[in-house]
Design a protein around this ligand. Structure first.
Ligand code: PEP
Ligand code: MN
Length: 285
């Protein structure tokens, strides 16, 4: 039995704006800069960002950077701070790791992609990073977005696990109205499934491509939590129109630091995947 009081037939009539008004409970979507966005010519697709979840040592950076360079990958990712779902010891930004990651990666011809999570640290992280990252849990930290927006840099903005398309684009608007050049990252959302940690939304990628020229990347590592699914889901995102990807990789995933070892692929798998990304990306254009 259904409750007639709450049940309404879905109404597809009227213009797109009228449809949006009907389906929105909160404020009306408002992201003019995202809609009008014209991609700067220095964005080269596919943008492949690969590397470990956590930066562990200068030797690790050198080894991974050398491996990625031999695959033709130009962007290396790596966490230089500790944070967690539950509080622990030694949390915060590790300046030593920040500095050696940036210096060694650059010396190997790689551009470091580094997450910033505290508005007070945007200046120092921006000094060392070629690309700034705003993490999924910080997507709606508007103080952080405002600080990051002052930097004339590419910024990977990860979708919060609970964010809708409108909330995601709203967060991007904070960056786009400043000097920053946002890159949207679909990294999966909360789901009732128990075969994965987060569920990658391929529809999010395809829908974003209809609405804006802003680059969008697929992150199937966080978007599944399973290394065996990472290649297939990365390629699914590229086939849906993603302009590149973020992939967690490590020479010895089982001994990688942090909880994300479970979604981290090895360097050989990364090499295979990188070749397939080029093929699918070319076909999907
Ligand atoms: C990460 O990139 O390692 C990370 C923590 O990602 P997210 O913010 O998507 O969870
Ligand atoms: Mn990670």
């Amino acid at each position: 039995m259904r409750c007639e009081e709450f049940y309404t037939e879905y109404d597809y009539s009227g213009t797109k704006d009228e449809f949006i008004d009907r389906r929105t409970f909160g404020p009306k979507p408002n992201y003019p800069n995202v809609r009008a966005y014209k991609r700067p010519t220095d964005f080269i697709s596919p943008m492949v960002i690969a590397g470990p979840c956590q930066i562990e040592s200068p030797e690790q950076v050198e080894k991974i950077a050398t491996g990625l360079r031999s695959m033709g990958i130009k962007y290396m990712r790596g966490g230089v701070f500790s944070a967690g779902t539950y509080p622990g010891d030694n949390f915060g930004l590790d300046y030593e790791r920040l500095k050696y990651f940036s210096e060694i990666a650059k010396s190997k011809g790689m551009m470091p992609v580094i997450e910033v999570f505290d508005p007070r640290q945007v200046e120092i992280v921006a000094h060392y990073a070629s690309v700034l990252q705003v993490g999924a849990r910080a997507m709606q930290n508007y103080a952080l977005l405002n600080e990051v927006s002052k930097k004339d840099k590419w910024v990977t903005l990860k979708r919060s696990p609970s964010a809708t398309l409108d909330e995601f684009l709203g967060a991007a608007e904070y960056l786009a109205r400043g000097d920053a050049k946002p890159i949207l990252v679909e990294r999966g959302g909360a789901s009732s499934h128990n075969h994965i940690r987060y569920e990658l939304s391929v529809s999010m990628i395809a829908a974003i491509k209809q609405m804006t020229d802003m680059p969008v990347l697929v992150d199937a590592s966080h978007g599944s939590g399973r290394r065996d699914l990472v290649p297939a889901l990365t390629l699914a995102g590229i086939a849906a129109g993603a302009d590149g990807c973020i992939v967690e990789c490590h020479p010895d995933p089982d001994n990688a630091k942090g909880a994300d070892y479970i979604q981290t692929i090895n360097m050989d798998t990364m090499g295979d995947l990188s070749k397939k990304i080029s093929v699918i990306h070319r076909e999907a254009k």
